[in-house]
Ligand binder design. Structure first.
Ligand code: ING
Length: 308
């Protein structure tokens, strides 16, 4: 048994006006509670330091950059890194990354129990749109504020296992999971900020949103024989509702733990990484069963094209 106690640290809403230092204090409190309960890894949400600002249209570069971290750890996040190192636990953290060259990414880092950044992932699947859309009840401007990630879908040997990360919309794309699965990933961690209602009129309401979220997580975990941890930023931010649904899925695709609130909430589970072995050695023994000679369209064709 290679068991790691994981804490999914769901965050309740972060209002636009909430000072980042206050947010970090909330994250540190969750980290300390997770340590008290024996966790060795804490997973925080996507864009965990601020409100989900891509819902707001901003013209001025300075207004946009105010939401970004120009360094990591930054003065704002140093207390989180210091406390985690004191407690000897690792964590993943989603934030808006501004690089020294001025490039902007929706990023997540993986920090080990020594407080060292051992992994970085930049969100590849950016939903939404680039220009202001007057027909929407609220905007979703990730394509305006972030570049698509340029680091691929890496995995890292750390915290006793093979760990991978993705972010929010990535979970809806099977390619995300398969690229991680082809690197023998044993635990995929991700944060998400998912509006509980559509910004455009559509049939999909909160229950269907939760259904698609669970479906994506369970399929990804099962089809790649990996643990999966999804952590929400939830609740109402300046009038805009984000859904909950923080959950942990085992390598068999079963949801083994789920949040019950839309507030700051910890969901813990003892993940036995050796439980990935059965799936990886039977149904999803990729080497024995996959036929890559027939999969060419997956990387050669971007958009769907019907037959003539
Ligand atoms: N949010 C949403 C997500 O993928 C979305 C965007 C919502 C896409 C509902 C499709 C349906 O969960 C982010 N931040 O990616």
């Amino acid at each position: 048994m290679r068991t790691i106690r994981v804490a999914a640290a769901q965050s309740g809403p972060i209002q636009k006006a909430e000072p980042r230092d206050d947010v970090v204090r909330r994250l540190v409190a969750l980290l300390e509670e997770a340590a008290r309960r024996g966790a060795r890894l804490v997973v925080f949400p996507e864009l965990a330091l601020t409100t989900f600002f891509p819902r707001w249209y901003m013209e001025e570069e300075t207004d946009v950059l105010a939401w970004f971290e120009p360094s990591m750890p930054s003065p704002t996040t140093r207390p989180l890194f210091d406390r985690a190192r004191e407690l000897g636990i690792g964590f993943s953290l989603g934030y808006a990354e501004l690089t020294p060259e001025g490039r902007r990414f929706n990023t997540s880092i993986l920090v080990d129990e020594r407080g060292e950044i051992v992994g970085k992932y930049r969100k590849i699947h950016l939903p939404g749109h680039v220009a202001y859309d007057p027909d929407r009840a609220f905007q979703h401007l990730e394509k305006r504020y972030f570049e698509p990630g340029d680091l691929g879908f890496p995995v890292w040997r750390t915290l006793g296992g093979i760990m991978g990360m993705c972010i929010c919309n990535d979970r809806r794309w099977p390619e995300t999971w398969r690229v991680l699965g082809l690197q023998s990933v044993e635990l995929v961690m991700l944060g998400f900020n998912t509006p509980s209602v559509n910004s455009q009129d559509s049939a999909e309401g909160p229950t269907q949103r939760l259904f698609h979220h669970r479906l994506s997580m369970q399929a990804g975990a099962y089809q790649n024989a990996t643990w999966a941890v999804a952590v929400a930023k939830a609740g109402v931010e300046d009038g805009h509702a984000l859904m909950g649904g923080t959950l942990i899925v085992d390598p068999n695709g079963e949801i083994v733990a789920e949040s019950a609130t839309l507030e700051d909430e910890l969901v813990l589970y003892d993940c036995d990484l050796d439980a990935c072995r059965f799936g990886k050695q039977t149904i999803f023994d990729f080497a024995r069963h996959r036929r890559t000679e027939h999969y060419g369209l997956i990387t050669s064709r971007t958009g769907a094209r019907p037959p003539d």
